[in-house]
Design a binder for this molecule. Structure first.
Ligand SMILES: [Zn+2]
Length: 467
C-alpha cells in the first residue's frame, strides 16, 4: 500500500514539474510530521522527535541550555563538502520554519521517498540544523527569551546562552550557507498592494553601505531560485525584507562573518491561521535551496530578478470597515476604520484582541476581511445593566439578542479575566469601568451599525457581526 502510494506520488511529481509545480509540494504530504499540528507546540515535543531520529543518519548533539535549562540541539545530516547551517525560532512565537524542519527530517530519514534529484543530496551537503533556538520563548509563545531580551539584538554583546550557542555553532562549523528562519507580521504586504507577503526573503547586508559581496550576491541568486518556485503557489505574495543594516542582528553579522546568509520570514496567508500551508511552502523553499546548492544552478540567476521582488510594505489590516458614517459634534463624517489583531495567550490556547489600527481614507489599504458600510452609521454600543456575576454564565449568552437591544457591553462583578473574555464576543467591563465613547488608535470600542434607525450589526473586538 505504502509502496503504491510512493509510486503514485513520484509519478504525480514527474507529471507536475512540467506545469510549474514543485515536486516537493506532493512529497510534503508524505513526510509531514503529524505530531505538530499547530503553531503552539512545545520544546518537550520537539525533544521527543529529536530523540527518535535514527542515529545512523542523524548526529544529534546538545549545544547547551537556554536560561531556563532547556536543551538546544544541533541535528547534523549529510557528509558533503557544502556546509549549511539553519536555525529557527530565535523568536519564540515564530514557529513555522521549525515545523518544516521536522518534515525535512522525515524526508531525509526515508531514502525510499527520495526524488531522483536528491539521491546525492547528502553526499554533497552537510546540513546542520538548530531548531527552536529560543525554547523558553517558544514555550510561552513569546518573541523574547526568558530574560526577556530579543536574541536578534544580542549578536555582538552575546549575553545570553542562546546567542552564544548560535555564535559558537557558526564559528565551529564555518558554513558556506546560513538560513535565518523567522515569521513576520501578518499585516505585511508584498509591495504597496493588497497581496499578503506570505513569505519574504533577504540576503542581509553585512555593512551600513549594503555592499554587494560575492557571498551576498550568491544568496540573492539563490533567493531568485526559491522565488521562481514559490510564485506558482503564492503568486505575487512573496516580498523582499528591508535590507537596512542592523548592527546587533544575527543575520547581518553572520553574513559579515563570511556565511552566505538568507533570511526567510513567513507572513500571513488567507485561510491559513495555523500556517500549515505556509509550512508546506517553507518545506518547498528549503528543499529547492538545497537542490540548487548542490547543482549550483542558482548561479545563472540574474540579480535584477532579486531586486524585482517587491519590498515589504504594511498595507494590510485584519478588518476594514469602509465608508461608514460617523457623527461628532452634530456633523457627519465618512470614514474607513481599520482593525488589527493581537493574540492573547491563555494556557495552551489563545484568543484574538482587535484594536483600531487606522481611521480615515484607507482606500489604498486592504483587509483580510472587509465590510462596505456605505449608507450605514457607526455609533457606540450601550451597556446592559444586568450584572453578570458568574463567569460560567458568559458562554451561554446570545450576543445577537443583546446587540439587537443596542447593548455591546456586559458588566461583571469582578475585573474580567482572559478566561472570561474567551467566553463571549460581547465586550466585558469590570465593576467601575465605563464603556468608551470615542474612537482612538489602539482602542477596542464595541460599535453598532445602523441603517436609518435600525441596528443591523456590530463591530466587536475587530470582527463584524451582522444581524
Ligand atoms: Zn523574528
Amino acid at each position: 500500500m505504502r509502496r503504491t502510494l510512493i509510486l503514485a506520488a513520484l509519478i504525480v511529481c514527474v507529471l507536475t514539474i512540467t506545469w510549474g509545480q514543485s515536486p516537493y509540494f506532493q512529497l510534503h504530504d508524505l513526510v509531514v510530521e503529524e505530531r505538530i499540528t499547530d503553531r503552539r507546540f512545545k520544546h518537550a515535543l520537539i525533544e521527543d522527535l529529536i530523540h527518535a531520529l535514527p542515529t545512523d543518519r542523524f548526529a544529534v548533539d546538545s549545544l547547551g541550555s537556554s536560561i531556563e535549562g532547556k536543551t538546544i540541539y544541533q541535528i547534523k545530516v549529510g557528509h558533503g563538502p557544502i556546509k549549511v547551517l539553519l536555525w529557527s525560532q530565535m523568536h519564540g512565537n515564530e514557529p513555522t520554519a521549525t515545523m518544516a524542519l521536522f518534515d525535512i527530517f522525515n524526508y531525509l530519514k526515508d531514502s525510499s521517498l527520495w526524488l531522483p534529484q536528491d539521491q546525492d543530496l547528502l553526499s554533497q551537503l552537510s546540513l546542520y540544523f538548530i531548531p527552536m533556538l529560543n525554547p523558553d520563548g517558544a514555550d510561552r509563545f513569546e518573541r523574547r527569551n526568558a530574560l526577556p531580551i530579543d536574541l536578534n539584538r544580542d549578536a555582538l554583546r552575546l549575553q545570553n546562552p542562546e546567542s552564544r550557542i548560535l555564535k559558537e555553532a557558526n564559528d565551529r562549523i564555518s558554513p558556506r550557507w546560513g538560513f535565518n528562519l523567522h515569521d513576520q507580521n501578518r499585516y505585511t504586504s508584498a509591495g504597496k498592494t493588497k497581496n499578503t507577503a506570505s513569505m519574504s526573503f533577504l540576503a542581509p547586508a553585512a555593512d551600513e553601505e549594503q555592499t554587494w559581496g560575492s557571498r551576498r550576491q550568491a544568496a540573492m541568486q539563490l533567493i531568485v531560485a526559491i522565488n521562481d518556485t514559490l510564485q506558482y503557489y503564492l503568486p505575487d505574495q512573496i516580498g523582499r525584507y528591508s535590507a537596512e543594516f542592523e548592527p546587533r542582528a544575527f543575520g547581518d553579522n553572520i553574513q559579515k562573518w563570511g556565511t552566505g546568509t538568507i533570511l526567510i520570514e513567513t507572513g500571513g496567508l488567507r485561510d491559513d491561521p495555523e500556517k500549515q500551508k505556509l509550512r508546506t511552502y517553507n518545506f518547498i523553499a528549503l528543499m529547492t535551496a538545497f537542490r540548487n546548492m548542490h547543482t549550483a544552478s542558482y548561479s545563472n540567476n540574474i540579480l535584477e530578478e532579486y531586486e524585482a521582488i517587491p519590498l515589504n510594505s504594511r498595507r494590510l489590516h485584519e478588518l476594514i470597515v469602509r465608508n461608514a458614517t460617523f457623527s461628532m459634534g452634530g456633523d457627519n463624517f465618512v470614514i474607513d476604520l481599520g482593525f488589527r489583531n493581537s493574540e492573547i495567550e491563555l494556557a495552551d490556547t489563545f484568543y484574538t484582541h482587535g484594536t483600531i489600527s487606522d481611521i480615515g481614507d484607507l482606500h489604498n489599504y486592504f483587509g483580510y476581511h472587509e465590510l462596505d458600510a456605505i449608507g450605514l452609521t457607526l455609533s457606540f454600543g450601550g451597556i446592559d445593566t444586568t450584572l453578570v456575576t458568574q463567569s460560567s454564565q458568559l458562554a451561554s449568552i446570545d450576543a445577537k439578542t443583546f446587540i439587537a437591544r443596542g447593548h455591546t457591553y456586559l458588566r461583571l462583578d469582578h475585573e474580567p479575566t482572559r478566561e472570561d473574555r474567551m467566553q463571549t464576543t460581547l465586550h466585558l467591563l469590570g465593576p467601575r469601568q465605563k464603556p468608551p465613547n470615542y474612537l482612538d488608535l489602539g482602542d477596542s470600542p464595541a460599535l453598532l451599525l445602523y441603517s436609518h434607525d435600525a441596528i443591523v450589526g456590530a463591530i466587536l473586538n475587530g470582527k463584524y457581526l451582522m444581524l
